[in-house]
Design a binder for this molecule. Structure first.
Ligand code: ZN
Length: 270
């Protein structure tokens, strides 16, 4: 009943969720690539002219908007499932730790729907702004490539390949969306955990939270330093002098989780 087993188990489940998300993202990118081919009129040896740039940009803007819309829709579901998994994990974990010290059971799942709807609001706005930032970034990069093409007398076919071909911008960028998905999914997970731990605090007033880093060869300095840090549920962690409300505020791709913590459980975290 030691906590490392529980933590290992939840990380495995997280990894499974992540793989599913990545598959969704790959198909999303394939569609985006097709939309760009469409927008630029593929297989055309027409030279890109400065006078036509506005028209291409408008078409590409539509493709990006559509892509961002699908990205939001697909991942909204993923994030909500992340928060739901978090609630049941936090509940199981609290139950297991309470059992370890022979204390009373906390019926956390009863209020799970309330917890989820609150977590949902918090995480969807975060995710919305990540997608928004990314769309703007894509618009800028694509605009640059189009302008350069017009100066170099490239053909539309060449530009399309440069943007959406096998080794084009879109392929090179696909990791960015995976990064957003992975980071936001884990953020959702942690927000769900935090919200459910707050529910449990009604029964166990001394509940706090603990930063749980995935300590392996890929652990960064920030997370290595933060590992094991205890904070109040509504107060930030402090790492290298910076306030962080949730581990995913520290850096993209952060794989850390927050865990419910009480002084009485101390020995389980050694
Ligand atoms: Zn981390």
């Amino acid at each position: 009943m030691a906590s490392p087993d529980i933590i290992l188990q939840h990380l495995k489940e997280l990894a499974r969720g992540e793989i599913k998300r990545q598959r969704d993202i790959q198909s999303l990118y394939k569609n985006f690539r097709l939309a760009l081919y469409d927008a630029l009129g593929v297989e055309s040896d027409e030279i890109v002219k400065i006078s036509s740039l506005g028209r291409y940009r408008r078409e590409i803007d539509l493709a990006i908007d559509d892509f961002a819309k699908k990205l939001r829709a697909g991942l909204d579901r993923g994030l909500i499932s992340g928060a739901k998994i978090a609630v049941s994990h936090a509940s199981d974990e609290i139950k297991a730790l309470q059992k370890g010290i022979g204390a009373k059971y906390v019926p956390l799942n009863i209020r799970a729907s309330v917890v989820i709807s609150r977590a949902e609001k918090l995480l969807l706005s975060q995710y919305e702004s990540s997608v928004g930032r990314y769309s703007e970034h894509l618009r800028g990069r694509i605009g640059q490539i189009l302008s350069q093409a017009a100066l170099k007398n490239s053909t539309l076919d060449q530009v399309t390949k440069q943007l959406a071909g096998q080794r084009g911008l879109i392929s090179a960028e696909s990791y960015q969306v995976e990064r957003i998905a992975r980071t936001e999914y884990l953020r959702a997970y942690n927000i769900g955990r935090n919200q459910s731990t707050r529910e449990a605090k009604r029964v166990l007033p001394d509940l706090k939270r603990r930063w749980d880093a995935t300590l392996d060869s890929r652990t960064c300095d920030i997370c290595g330093a933060a590992d094991g840090q205890i904070a109040e549920l509504d107060k930030p962690f402090k790492v290298h002098g910076v306030d962080l409300m949730t581990p995913q505020d520290s850096h993209p791709n952060c794989r850390c989780a927050e865990t419910p913590y009480r002084e009485a459980w101390k020995e389980y975290f050694k």
